[in-house]
Design a protein around this ligand. Structure first.
Ligand code: FAD
Length: 499
């Protein structure tokens, strides 16, 4: 045993959502003993389009010591209960992927199996009757979940939509108040030192900035991890061919939707996100199947209020760095990888990357085993999300449309083939607990896309059929009453903004 030599200084390169999230969290967790410097160039814009999140956003805010309501007030945030998928199976078809577990488990068996059991018995069930987030979202309502657990089965999960530019500014204020030093510099590259570790980042004017640990938050460019350390990329564009997005904000419309709308389009899909003061819109598309002008035309034609800016095209490749932790450098955010924002996972990956880094926090010897464990987990997490994204595409029935025919004919990853075999035979996925999208998410998307298992969990038949129908009826009544009593999303926002 030689004792640990703690990290004394960190250089964060980049001031987008990733950089300022890292600065806000680490300054809070590490305290004044570790000097944190964030270097960004005010000449190089951030991506600035990450507007939808998933429920663990609240864990991040809590860990970073941020008051949720203050954050909502300052970032034009709205609530998100679900994603509504339109036209994905075929034009005119809709389904929901809500947050939160369905309000029902009986004898610890998941609701989805009771759903299939009733379906097999010939009953037609409305998903909204059993799922509070859908019931609320459908009527543009919102309610905070009861704190006393009085709701059957509990959870109404929710997340946030927000203005990414305001979020970076908010986190910056928070981090600077905690002692993070910001330098406005354009970085040219890195100097390498012993064992291929970074010895310093070098600015355009030759200034060198040294630290023990470097976080690459420089966006798609990957200034440190890719350009400096030459780390390769695991390219998944053969599975996820969408490689561009065109984005445009449009004017505020009243009756804000407490959910993200995801509408399938001819060569990809389109998002619509209502914020307090405007609506964010974007069309994610595969450039092999359409071009930028056509994509912008499709997007602009679909807006429900005037555009507030010129459409902006962004380019990307689906996949992740072979290693996101190399030596004394960790890539957080877009520098580490990107999967299209279909399930709003990118900002979440920033937060899990930071939490995982804290789990495996190194000292100045940077034991390679820590990086190896970290990199394995990151690769697993990306693959899990990739498979879940593919589940949205391949069961489509949009026959005769080249992009959708291509997605239906994909040679799927083995991991997904295995999961789907399990699902179609017995209605199960059995996610490991730490995986982001649990069985219930797979149920919603698979059922939404028209997949049905051949059978279901036989243990749900333990309850006599009459009891089961009675329990389901009770849940339906409670959910309906709960949704009927809930205020509108606009009304809740007004209350939060003007307490
Ligand atoms: P960036 O925002 O690109 O920031 C990079 C920073 O590095 C900037 O501050 C820049 O100034 C600095 N920099 C770069 N080069 C230099 C240099 N040479 N010198 C100094 N500084 C430099 N995520 C979600 O969770 N939900 C969503 O709904 C969502 N939608 C998205 C839609 C699209 C089309 C895209 C492309 C992404 C989306 N994302 C979404 C992802 C999300 O936007 C990003 O994960 C998030 O913004 C983090 O970006 P970043 O901070 O890594 O990079």
């Amino acid at each position: 045993m030689t004792g640990a030599e703690p990290i004394r200084s960190i250089a964060i390169v980049g001031g987008g959502t990733a950089g300022w999230s890292a600065a806000a969290l680490l300054s809070r967790v590490l305290g004044p003993d570790c000097r944190i410097t964030l270097i960004e160039s005010s000449d190089i814009p951030t991506v600035g389009v990450g507007e939808a999140t998933i429920p663990p956003i609240f864990e991040f805010l809590q860990l970073a010591g941020i008051d949720e309501l203050d954050f909502i007030r300052h970032c034009q945030a709205t609530f998100k209960l679900a994603i509504e998928f339109r036209d994905w199976h075929h034009v005119g078809h809709r389904y929901w992927h809500p947050f939160g577990n369905l309000g029902l488990t009986i004898d610890q068996r998941p609701f989805s199996h009771f759903w299939w059991a009733r379906k097999a018995a010939g009953e037609h069930l409305d998903m909204a009757d059993f799922c509070p987030p859908i019931a609320l979202a459908r009527d543009h309502k919102f309610a905070f979940p009861p704190r006393d657990g009085s709701y059957p089965g509990g959870a109404v999960g929710f997340a946030l939509h927000f203005d990414a530019g305001l979020v970076a500014a908010y986190l910056r204020r928070h981090a600077e108040a905690a002692g993070v030093v910001r330098l406005d510099r354009r970085i040219r590259g890195v100097d390498l030192g012993r064992e291929g570790h970074i010895a310093a980042v070098v600015c355009e004017d030759g200034e060198r900035i040294e630290a023990d640990l470097y976080l690459d938050c420089s966006g798609f460019r990957g200034l440190l991890i890719k350009e400096g350390l030459g780390t390769g990329f695991v390219d998944w564009s053969h599975w996820l061919p969408c490689d561009r997005a065109v984005a445009v904000p449009s004017a505020h419309v009243p009756d804000r939707t407490p959910y993200t709308v995801s509408r399938a389009q001819e060569a990809g899909w389109q998002w619509r996100i209502a914020l307090q003061n405007r609506v964010g819109n974007g069309y994610v598309y595969a450039s092999r199947f359409t071009d930028d002008d056509r994509a912008a035309e499709v997007l602009l034609r679909s807006l429900d209020a005037p555009a507030l800016a010129e459409p902006r095209v962004l380019r990307f490749t689906a996949g992740h760095r072979e290693r996101t932790w190399v030596g004394n450098c960790v890539a957080i955010g877009l520098s580490g990888g990107f999967l299209e924002p279909l399930e709003s996972t990118s900002i979440h990956l920033i937060h899990t990357g930071l939490n995982r880094l804290l789990d495996y926090w190194p000292d100045r010897h940077f034991a390679p085993e820590l990086a190896e464990a970290y990199n394995r987990e990151v690769a697993d997490e990306y693959a899990h999300i990739r498979d879940f994204l593919l589940l949205h595409y391949y069961p489509n029935a949009r026959h005769g449309e080249p992009f959708w025919d291509h997605m239906r004919g994909l040679d799927l990853p083995d991991s997904l083939v295995r999961k789907m075999a399990l699902f179609t035979s017995a209605g199960r996925i059995v996610s490991r607990r730490r995986e982001l999208f649990a069985d219930i998410s797979w149920f919603f998307v698979a059922a939404g896309m028209g997949l049905e298992p051949r059978t279901f969990d036989p243990l749900v038949l333990k309850a006599p059929a009459d009891d089961l129908a009675g329990i389901m009826g009770q849940v339906r009544d409670v959910v309906r009453a709960y949704a009927a009593a809930a205020p509108s999303h606009d009304a809740i926002l007004a209350r939060v903004l003007d307490p």
